[in-house]
Design a protein around this ligand. Sequence first.
Ligand code: NAD
Ligand code: USQ
Length: 383
Amino acid sequence: MKALVIGGDGYCGWATALHLSNKGYEVAILDSLARRHWDDKLGSQTLTPIAPIQQRIQRWYELTGKKIELFIGDITNYDFLIKAFRKFEPESVVHFGEQRSAPYSMIDREHAVFTQVNNVVGTLNILYAIKEEFPDTHLVKLGTMGEYGTPNIDIEEGYIEIEHNGRKDVLPYPKQPGSFYHLSKVHDSHNIHFACKVWGIRATDLNQGIVYGVLTEETGMDEMLVNRLDYDGVFGTALNRFCIQAALGHPLTVYGTGGQTRALLDIRDTVRCMELAIANPADAGKFRVFNQFTEQFSINDLASMVQKAGQTLGLKVEVNNIENPRVEIEEHYFNAKNTKLLDLGLQPHYLSDSLLDSLLNFATKYKDRANLEQILPKVSWRR
Ligand code: NAD
Ligand code: USQ
């Protein structure tokens, strides 16, 4: 089975590409390497020293004898994209290749427009490539749990049955995203749903929660395969950031009251979910939606777990509630369903003391690479 991993130089994509290659899939990575460029422009860097993509792939080949083909280019360029499709002839396309930071999308008008054009046009181009020349190819697209927002009712997996004025229907679950980035994912979901209906495409939208952790079986095999680990105020995400802040002796940055509750998963489960989704493709014409997360935590829960794990390692960890740079509800109901991937066989790695220990030790190993100036949030939703 041939799988094209779009965004395969990124955090989820690199780990997934190696995992699929390890499992016997014929893998190609397509990436514009834009993320490395955005980091340069922001003056930030992953905590870990990631090698150039060509060297990463070469090392994987030396260690395992498995080849990964590489296409460097931008999926908003249709000519480039369709040529890559023709050369590789993918049976599955795993699409991680988007601008994925909410704060980045809220910097100013240019960054909001860029995020939505990059994400929506890229996904539309993939839909057209499938429709025009690869109608049987399964699209596995990364969406986000943030598409749903924080409604005061249970969150279903993609669809909800509604009874209105005595009639019933199963409809797409209402979306209330919290940034121009999260909105781009909603726009993608609508476009993919429509394409499935009118062209009979097969697609799975994976509404993924916040990913944490850094090591997978494959990326841990060699220093040259190390994954990126973002900690800065723009691309760093809650739990990873807190572990790195603890290792650096920086107070944990809880925004507002910290009652915000989110869905999370370990990166080792991300790669396994991708494998399950492509091994069990959606039917033709079916827009399938899975909620891809394993547990829910409030930001305060995460901060206190990191504080406790840090203390057992001898770190003094302070928690600071700072003014929330985002506009979001801080105290709310949150209960999301996540049974579809479990039904396919996902065996979750739940958040444990040993994972926190290993992430804290990992962060400590690379802490001299960190730039403390990049930690506090600088992007405001209001200004
Ligand atoms: P990342 O920034 O580490 O990787 C994204 C990769 O896509 C980068 O290597 C980038 O160069 C590439 N890319 C972006 N635009 C492109 C384009 N137009 N053409 C070709 N390549 C392009 O991000 P990530 O954390 O690995 O996230 C991957 C996907 O998973 C995203 O779609 C994101 O929305 C989703 N997701 C991530 C998380 C998380 O916690 N990291 C959680 C939920 C969903
Ligand atoms: N938060 C803090 N302190 C921090 C960082 C974040 O309190 O230092 C809070 C935020 O205010 C927010 C929550 O933690 O309430 C999550 O923020 P985040 O930056 O960890 O995650 P988010 O912006 O939602 O985006 C990340 C990924 C995105 C993915 C999303 C999944 O960057 O690509 O889509 O997680 S989800 O949150 O389920 O939408």
